[in-house]
Design a protein around this ligand. Structure first.
Ligand code: CO
Ligand code: CO
Ligand code: CO
Length: 308
Protein backbone atom coordinates (compact mmCIF):
# COMPACT_ATOMS: atom_id res chain seq x y z
CA UNK A 1 0.00 0.00 0.00
CA UNK A 2 1.42 3.35 -1.05
CA UNK A 3 0.15 5.72 1.64
CA UNK A 4 0.82 9.44 1.50
CA UNK A 5 2.26 10.56 4.82
CA UNK A 6 4.23 13.45 6.32
CA UNK A 7 6.64 14.22 9.15
CA UNK A 8 3.80 15.20 11.51
CA UNK A 9 2.49 11.60 11.51
CA UNK A 10 3.91 10.17 14.73
CA UNK A 11 2.62 6.58 14.76
CA UNK A 12 2.56 4.23 11.75
CA UNK A 13 -0.73 2.66 10.60
CA UNK A 14 -1.88 -0.34 12.61
CA UNK A 15 -1.83 0.99 16.17
CA UNK A 16 -5.03 1.63 18.15
CA UNK A 17 -5.31 5.20 16.90
CA UNK A 18 -3.54 7.68 14.65
CA UNK A 19 -1.28 10.22 16.34
CA UNK A 20 -0.55 13.51 14.58
CA UNK A 21 1.29 16.63 15.66
CA UNK A 22 0.18 20.07 14.48
CA UNK A 23 1.27 23.41 15.91
CA UNK A 24 2.92 21.70 18.88
CA UNK A 25 -0.24 19.83 19.88
CA UNK A 26 -0.37 16.03 19.71
CA UNK A 27 -3.74 14.83 18.41
CA UNK A 28 -5.17 11.29 18.59
CA UNK A 29 -7.69 10.07 15.99
CA UNK A 30 -9.83 6.94 15.90
CA UNK A 31 -13.13 5.57 14.58
CA UNK A 32 -15.09 2.53 15.73
CA UNK A 33 -18.69 1.32 15.45
CA UNK A 34 -20.58 -1.78 16.55
CA UNK A 35 -23.79 -3.64 15.73
CA UNK A 36 -26.34 -4.07 18.55
CA UNK A 37 -24.82 -6.03 21.42
CA UNK A 38 -27.67 -6.03 23.91
CA UNK A 39 -31.48 -6.03 23.64
CA UNK A 40 -31.66 -2.69 25.46
CA UNK A 41 -30.89 0.07 22.90
CA UNK A 42 -29.86 2.55 25.63
CA UNK A 43 -27.16 0.14 26.84
CA UNK A 44 -26.08 -0.63 23.28
CA UNK A 45 -25.54 3.09 22.64
CA UNK A 46 -23.69 3.59 25.91
CA UNK A 47 -21.39 0.62 25.27
CA UNK A 48 -20.79 1.79 21.72
CA UNK A 49 -19.59 5.19 22.95
CA UNK A 50 -17.34 3.63 25.61
CA UNK A 51 -15.95 1.30 22.94
CA UNK A 52 -15.26 4.18 20.51
CA UNK A 53 -13.51 6.29 23.16
CA UNK A 54 -11.33 3.36 24.21
CA UNK A 55 -8.69 3.66 21.47
CA UNK A 56 -7.96 7.26 22.52
CA UNK A 57 -7.45 6.11 26.12
CA UNK A 58 -5.29 3.22 24.87
CA UNK A 59 -2.89 5.77 23.36
CA UNK A 60 -2.79 7.73 26.61
CA UNK A 61 -4.89 10.55 25.16
CA UNK A 62 -7.83 12.58 26.43
CA UNK A 63 -10.89 12.59 24.14
CA UNK A 64 -12.06 16.07 23.11
CA UNK A 65 -14.82 15.62 20.57
CA UNK A 66 -16.66 13.04 18.48
CA UNK A 67 -18.61 12.55 15.26
CA UNK A 68 -21.39 9.95 15.21
CA UNK A 69 -21.49 7.16 12.61
CA UNK A 70 -24.99 5.68 12.39
CA UNK A 71 -26.38 2.85 10.25
CA UNK A 72 -30.16 2.74 10.56
CA UNK A 73 -32.73 0.34 9.10
CA UNK A 74 -35.90 2.42 8.77
CA UNK A 75 -37.94 -0.64 7.65
CA UNK A 76 -37.30 -2.81 10.68
CA UNK A 77 -36.28 -0.31 13.36
CA UNK A 78 -38.41 2.11 15.34
CA UNK A 79 -36.93 5.60 15.44
CA UNK A 80 -37.37 5.39 19.22
CA UNK A 81 -34.73 2.61 19.29
CA UNK A 82 -32.21 4.93 17.69
CA UNK A 83 -33.23 7.75 20.02
CA UNK A 84 -32.61 5.52 23.04
CA UNK A 85 -29.27 4.33 21.67
CA UNK A 86 -28.16 7.95 21.09
CA UNK A 87 -29.29 8.84 24.60
CA UNK A 88 -27.07 6.08 26.02
CA UNK A 89 -24.15 7.19 23.87
CA UNK A 90 -24.56 10.87 24.77
CA UNK A 91 -24.62 10.07 28.49
CA UNK A 92 -21.24 8.35 28.12
CA UNK A 93 -19.78 11.17 25.99
CA UNK A 94 -20.87 13.56 28.76
CA UNK A 95 -19.19 11.38 31.39
CA UNK A 96 -16.00 11.48 29.27
CA UNK A 97 -16.40 15.26 28.75
CA UNK A 98 -16.38 14.65 25.01
CA UNK A 99 -18.34 17.05 22.77
CA UNK A 100 -20.48 15.70 19.93
CA UNK A 101 -19.76 17.88 16.89
CA UNK A 102 -21.79 16.12 14.20
CA UNK A 103 -21.95 12.87 12.32
CA UNK A 104 -23.53 10.96 9.49
CA UNK A 105 -26.48 8.58 9.23
CA UNK A 106 -27.11 6.14 6.43
CA UNK A 107 -29.67 3.47 5.59
CA UNK A 108 -28.23 0.09 6.55
CA UNK A 109 -29.78 -3.40 6.81
CA UNK A 110 -27.78 -4.13 9.94
CA UNK A 111 -27.90 -1.25 12.44
CA UNK A 112 -24.60 0.25 13.49
CA UNK A 113 -23.55 2.92 15.93
CA UNK A 114 -20.16 4.35 16.70
CA UNK A 115 -18.00 7.45 16.79
CA UNK A 116 -14.94 9.00 15.21
CA UNK A 117 -13.16 10.49 18.20
CA UNK A 118 -10.42 13.12 18.35
CA UNK A 119 -8.28 13.44 21.44
CA UNK A 120 -5.09 15.15 22.58
CA UNK A 121 -2.05 14.28 24.67
CA UNK A 122 -1.51 17.51 26.65
CA UNK A 123 1.68 16.18 28.27
CA UNK A 124 3.13 15.28 24.87
CA UNK A 125 3.33 11.61 25.82
CA UNK A 126 1.52 8.91 23.84
CA UNK A 127 1.83 5.15 24.38
CA UNK A 128 1.94 2.82 21.39
CA UNK A 129 2.02 -0.98 21.03
CA UNK A 130 5.75 -0.77 20.44
CA UNK A 131 8.09 -0.58 23.41
CA UNK A 132 7.15 -3.50 25.69
CA UNK A 133 10.26 -4.44 27.69
CA UNK A 134 11.33 -7.91 28.87
CA UNK A 135 10.68 -8.19 32.59
CA UNK A 136 7.74 -5.79 32.54
CA UNK A 137 4.48 -7.22 33.85
CA UNK A 138 1.37 -7.48 31.66
CA UNK A 139 -1.70 -5.76 33.07
CA UNK A 140 -5.35 -6.23 32.05
CA UNK A 141 -8.05 -3.92 33.45
CA UNK A 142 -11.33 -5.75 32.62
CA UNK A 143 -12.28 -9.45 32.63
CA UNK A 144 -12.65 -11.18 29.24
CA UNK A 145 -15.51 -13.30 27.85
CA UNK A 146 -17.94 -10.68 26.50
CA UNK A 147 -18.05 -12.16 22.97
CA UNK A 148 -19.34 -15.45 24.32
CA UNK A 149 -21.86 -13.65 26.54
CA UNK A 150 -23.21 -11.50 23.69
CA UNK A 151 -23.60 -14.55 21.44
CA UNK A 152 -25.49 -16.45 24.17
CA UNK A 153 -27.70 -13.39 24.71
CA UNK A 154 -28.54 -13.16 20.99
CA UNK A 155 -29.40 -16.88 20.92
CA UNK A 156 -31.59 -16.57 24.00
CA UNK A 157 -29.36 -18.82 26.13
CA UNK A 158 -28.79 -16.02 28.64
CA UNK A 159 -30.77 -12.98 29.78
CA UNK A 160 -29.27 -9.53 30.28
CA UNK A 161 -29.85 -9.98 34.01
CA UNK A 162 -27.58 -13.08 33.92
CA UNK A 163 -24.63 -11.04 32.71
CA UNK A 164 -24.92 -7.82 34.74
CA UNK A 165 -21.26 -8.04 35.73
CA UNK A 166 -20.19 -8.09 32.08
CA UNK A 167 -22.60 -5.26 31.18
CA UNK A 168 -21.28 -3.10 34.03
CA UNK A 169 -17.73 -3.61 32.82
CA UNK A 170 -18.59 -2.89 29.17
CA UNK A 171 -20.13 0.39 30.39
CA UNK A 172 -16.91 1.42 32.16
CA UNK A 173 -14.78 4.05 30.43
CA UNK A 174 -11.08 3.19 30.14
CA UNK A 175 -10.34 6.70 31.44
CA UNK A 176 -9.06 5.66 34.85
CA UNK A 177 -7.21 2.68 33.38
CA UNK A 178 -5.48 5.12 31.04
CA UNK A 179 -4.55 7.42 33.94
CA UNK A 180 -2.99 4.49 35.83
CA UNK A 181 -1.24 3.31 32.65
CA UNK A 182 0.32 6.74 32.09
CA UNK A 183 1.10 7.52 35.73
CA UNK A 184 3.02 4.24 36.01
CA UNK A 185 4.90 4.98 32.75
CA UNK A 186 3.72 1.94 30.78
CA UNK A 187 6.08 0.78 28.04
CA UNK A 188 3.30 -0.36 25.65
CA UNK A 189 -0.49 -0.27 25.61
CA UNK A 190 -3.50 -1.37 23.59
CA UNK A 191 -7.12 -2.18 24.35
CA UNK A 192 -8.66 -5.65 24.09
CA UNK A 193 -11.24 -5.94 21.29
CA UNK A 194 -11.95 -8.14 18.27
CA UNK A 195 -8.76 -10.23 18.22
CA UNK A 196 -9.26 -11.33 21.83
CA UNK A 197 -6.74 -11.11 24.67
CA UNK A 198 -4.11 -13.29 22.94
CA UNK A 199 -4.51 -11.54 19.58
CA UNK A 200 -3.96 -8.08 21.03
CA UNK A 201 -1.10 -9.28 23.21
CA UNK A 202 0.45 -10.77 20.06
CA UNK A 203 0.20 -7.34 18.39
CA UNK A 204 2.16 -5.80 21.27
CA UNK A 205 4.74 -8.62 21.11
CA UNK A 206 5.20 -8.27 17.35
CA UNK A 207 5.48 -4.48 17.41
CA UNK A 208 7.89 -4.59 20.35
CA UNK A 209 9.87 -7.63 19.10
CA UNK A 210 9.40 -9.50 22.39
CA UNK A 211 7.40 -12.48 23.70
CA UNK A 212 5.05 -13.02 26.61
CA UNK A 213 4.40 -15.50 29.36
CA UNK A 214 0.88 -15.72 30.84
CA UNK A 215 -0.54 -17.53 33.86
CA UNK A 216 -4.10 -18.71 33.16
CA UNK A 217 -5.04 -18.68 36.86
CA UNK A 218 -4.39 -14.93 36.99
CA UNK A 219 -6.49 -14.00 33.93
CA UNK A 220 -9.93 -12.64 34.93
CA UNK A 221 -12.95 -13.98 33.00
CA UNK A 222 -16.69 -14.36 33.56
CA UNK A 223 -17.73 -17.73 34.95
CA UNK A 224 -20.84 -17.82 32.70
CA UNK A 225 -18.62 -17.32 29.65
CA UNK A 226 -16.34 -20.17 30.71
CA UNK A 227 -19.38 -22.44 31.21
CA UNK A 228 -20.64 -21.64 27.70
CA UNK A 229 -17.28 -22.21 26.01
CA UNK A 230 -16.99 -25.55 27.83
CA UNK A 231 -20.33 -26.49 26.27
CA UNK A 232 -19.01 -25.54 22.81
CA UNK A 233 -20.84 -22.20 22.57
CA UNK A 234 -18.60 -19.37 21.36
CA UNK A 235 -18.47 -16.90 18.45
CA UNK A 236 -16.86 -18.11 15.23
CA UNK A 237 -14.25 -15.34 15.54
CA UNK A 238 -12.90 -16.96 18.73
CA UNK A 239 -11.94 -20.02 16.69
CA UNK A 240 -10.53 -18.10 13.73
CA UNK A 241 -8.49 -15.93 16.13
CA UNK A 242 -7.16 -19.09 17.77
CA UNK A 243 -6.34 -20.81 14.47
CA UNK A 244 -4.44 -17.72 13.39
CA UNK A 245 -2.38 -17.61 16.60
CA UNK A 246 -1.95 -21.31 17.36
CA UNK A 247 1.52 -21.71 15.87
CA UNK A 248 2.87 -18.90 18.10
CA UNK A 249 1.45 -20.29 21.34
CA UNK A 250 3.05 -22.79 23.70
CA UNK A 251 0.54 -24.05 26.24
CA UNK A 252 -0.76 -26.78 28.54
CA UNK A 253 -4.32 -25.40 28.42
CA UNK A 254 -7.39 -27.21 27.13
CA UNK A 255 -9.05 -25.93 23.94
CA UNK A 256 -11.96 -24.26 25.77
CA UNK A 257 -9.51 -22.26 27.87
CA UNK A 258 -7.67 -21.08 24.77
CA UNK A 259 -10.97 -20.17 23.06
CA UNK A 260 -11.82 -17.99 26.04
CA UNK A 261 -8.48 -16.21 25.59
CA UNK A 262 -9.19 -15.54 21.89
CA UNK A 263 -12.88 -14.63 22.35
CA UNK A 264 -13.57 -11.30 20.57
CA UNK A 265 -14.15 -8.61 23.18
CA UNK A 266 -16.54 -5.65 23.02
CA UNK A 267 -15.58 -2.61 25.09
CA UNK A 268 -12.71 -4.47 26.72
CA UNK A 269 -10.14 -3.15 29.14
CA UNK A 270 -6.67 -1.80 28.54
CA UNK A 271 -3.78 -4.22 28.15
CA UNK A 272 -0.44 -2.66 29.05
CA UNK A 273 3.11 -3.56 30.00
CA UNK A 274 4.81 -1.82 32.87
CA UNK A 275 7.51 -2.02 35.54
CA UNK A 276 5.79 -3.76 38.45
CA UNK A 277 7.24 -1.51 41.18
CA UNK A 278 6.10 1.65 39.38
CA UNK A 279 2.63 0.16 38.94
CA UNK A 280 2.42 -0.68 42.63
CA UNK A 281 3.52 2.86 43.53
CA UNK A 282 0.76 4.26 41.34
CA UNK A 283 -1.82 1.91 42.83
CA UNK A 284 -1.16 3.16 46.37
CA UNK A 285 -3.55 6.00 45.38
CA UNK A 286 -7.25 5.11 45.31
CA UNK A 287 -8.73 3.93 42.02
CA UNK A 288 -12.11 2.35 41.31
CA UNK A 289 -10.87 -0.14 38.72
CA UNK A 290 -8.92 -3.38 38.97
CA UNK A 291 -5.46 -3.99 37.54
CA UNK A 292 -4.88 -7.71 37.05
CA UNK A 293 -1.27 -8.76 36.54
CA UNK A 294 -1.65 -11.68 34.13
CA UNK A 295 1.94 -12.38 33.12
CA UNK A 296 5.31 -11.04 32.02
CA UNK A 297 7.09 -9.88 28.88
CA UNK A 298 10.00 -12.10 27.85
CA UNK A 299 12.87 -11.78 25.41
CA UNK A 300 12.09 -14.84 23.26
CA UNK A 301 9.22 -14.40 20.77
CA UNK A 302 5.86 -16.18 20.97
CA UNK A 303 3.32 -16.47 23.76
CA UNK A 304 3.57 -19.05 26.53
CA UNK A 305 0.41 -19.61 28.51
CA UNK A 306 0.36 -22.14 31.32
CA UNK A 307 -2.15 -23.08 33.99
CA UNK A 308 0.05 -21.88 36.87
CO1 CO B 1 -7.80 -0.76 19.96
CO1 CO C 1 -10.48 0.19 17.31
CO1 CO D 1 -1.80 2.23 22.31
Amino acid sequence: MDVYTDSRTLVPLGDDAGVYEYGGVIYVYTVDFITPVLNDPYLWGAISAVNSLSDVYAMGGIPLNALAVVGFNSCSMEIEVLRQAMKGALDKLREAKTVLLGGHTLEDKEPKLGFAVTGVCPDGIYITQEGAKPGHCIVLTKPIGTGVAIKALKEGLLKESDITEAVENMLKLNKEASEIMKASKASACTDVSGFGLLGHLMNICRSSKVGASLIFENIPFYEFSADLVRKGIYPRAALSNLNFLKEFIETDLEDWQLLLLTDPVTSGGLLFTVDKTRLQETLTKKFSINCYIIGYISEESGIKVFRK
